[in-house]
Design a protein around this ligand. Sequence first.
Ligand code: SF4
Ligand code: SF4
Length: 745
Amino acid sequence: MEKKIAVYICTGCGIGEAIDIEQFEKVASDEAGVPICKKHPSLCNPEGVEIIKNDITSEGANALVIAGCSHRVMYDVFNFESCIIDRVNIREQVVWSQKPGDEDTQMMAEDYLRMSLAKVENMELPEPFKSEEEISKEILVVGGGLTGMTSAVEAAKAGCSVILVEKEDHLGGFQKKVKEIATFPYKGLKGNSLDALIKVVNEEEKIKVYTGARIEKTGGSPGFYQVSIKQNGSTAEHKVGAIILAAGWHPYDPEKLDDKYGFGTSPNVVTNTMFEEIASSGKITRPNNGQEVKNVVFVQCAGQRDPDHLPYCSSVCCTTALKQALEVKAQNSDANVFVVYRELRTPGQSEEIYRKAQEEGVIFIRAQSMEVKAGGNQLAVEADDELLGESVLLEDLDMVVLATGMVPVTSFGIDITEEGKEDDGKEKEKKEIGDMEVPPDIIRRSDILNLEYRQGPELPALSYDFPDSHFICFPYETRRTGIYAAGCVRRPMGIASAEEDAAGAVMKAIQSIELISNGAAVHPRAGDMTFPEFAMQRCTQCKRCTVECPFGAINEDEEANPLPQPTRCRRCGVCMGACPERIISFKNYSVPMVGAMIKAIGVPEEDEEKPRILVLACENDAYPALDMAGINRMKYNAWVRVIPMRCLGSMNLVWIADSLSKGIDGILLLGCQHGDDYQCHFIRGSELSRIRLSKVSETLDRLALESERVRYETVSIIDYPKLPALLDEFAETIDEVGPNPFKGW
Ligand code: SF4
Ligand code: SF4
């Protein structure tokens, strides 16, 4: 497209008072020869917007540089169809964070305008990804338990066709074994209404149910998933747009528990899930002789919140124990029922069921240590009662019920041994799934989705094998676009939360199908119309892009050529940062574009003693944190020039070289926290950029050059008060290191 650049300057919000606007305008009109350059005291007002619209229609302006507030605000106001748009943030990151009227403030504002002009020169108008193939709007739900069935019903209510696959020969999952339930409003027990839900599922025309079935293969990508479902020896093929994984959980193996819980020493020591099976028969009886129980102890946190077993709390076992205690009391109000607990956790309204249990005479013993004692026909529990301050012995017990926790079915034992080796050190075999040969180091011992993804057949897990992609910000999302997790496979939860989860995951699945139908990205860059384009003639088949893509969006052919799958892509740009040949780019984000922005930064002569610091800031947290500093009128170092990154993982090392050779004195990468509790919106991007940068630092150290010039820091948006000090401290370091010797290299 032939570009006609127009620059619009807002002088409101203190901008006109803090910088010399006439001088600023000259950067566009005199220096860059931009044909249209206008200013307005409040550009976001209808009158200001009208000026821009008129220039688009009557002057043919189509590449708009709008200098004023941050691009994070007023994005709906400054949104003009068929135009390239860049926002120059001279409000939050210049006039609100620098001294008004200062020479350095003026230089900063002018640099940002130059950088923006260089940017639009290198940008193209995004064109949405369009496929010849029709997008499927059907949803596959994996798992026919409470969550899966609720998902199916919710999706059908929203007008979607659903394929529901259950591995057992009947619907219902674990809940099918449960007679009575504790759920909202938690005032007492309710009869299990699962059969009514099964009936709705079976009668709903939009839901096709496969029971006794498994997924043999899931090929393709969101909008075009090709699923092979095996049932009774035959295979059915379905094309679906999105997938909801509601495959559930299994109980923690009680055989693994410590001896103090006594599992296996007596048939009358059972787990909470075994108790459900006993209760569902209609009468709660001693497993060893079938006699009615009169003395029962519930032991909480059996192997839970325990680093040697399940380090987490399964969140529902306390409510379950209260429910089961009430079931014993309902059968025999004279029964002695004890709950031995470390902390009883009944969040929200489930506190009501705790009150109910107290009213019914259930006795609670708070003890940090306890032991189940079994011998002959005798069963007892000894506990150090914290409130009484002494040890208590509960004897003549009919049953001890252990609150073991929930493990997601996706807990497939991710290899923690040496890559490609089994625990016993033997070489592992490669696995073939469809046409894909899956490398041994990423084989998971699971068989749920069988994805044809270069990066493995199942969903990558977050902490403790739960396949979520970002606990805090993106519930339901997994690291495979278009596949959403719901219910206990996502995190331990009870009935009410599972039902809510099912509806949430359905919303996500529908949203994903709709966005993909429009050629747009899903969360977190929802609506982004760009996607990575590969100049394949220069590809060296190095595999870096395929390996580093956090979302498995790039498969590979036999010659190791990358095979991008645009609808799987989240548009993070990690592949662009990884590619040593620099052949991956987006229409509005590319290696040359950022390179041109760096080159546009004015670097004063050495004797002016005004070093320059380039900050490559992740758009998700670091850049907003810089905006927050400005909004709070916190002043920070005037030497910095910030370039926003889609993700710090999109940082290509050539920009470091470009910056040093341009004469930039220091480079600071500001990204999100990584590691187990990562906050990186693209999972591994921030970490990958740190690894890449460490290689630069190593090289600089090896050459006895100054590695202090490049630094990596992690910040979250709430860290904004720390930013001025962090920038000042880095600037001081750069000052001490002295002038940049790489200038002109
Ligand atoms: S690295 Fe990011 S931008 Fe590149 S293909 Fe993967 S998801 Fe898309
Ligand atoms: S990183 Fe670049 S050169 Fe390497 S395989 Fe991917 S596209 Fe090709």
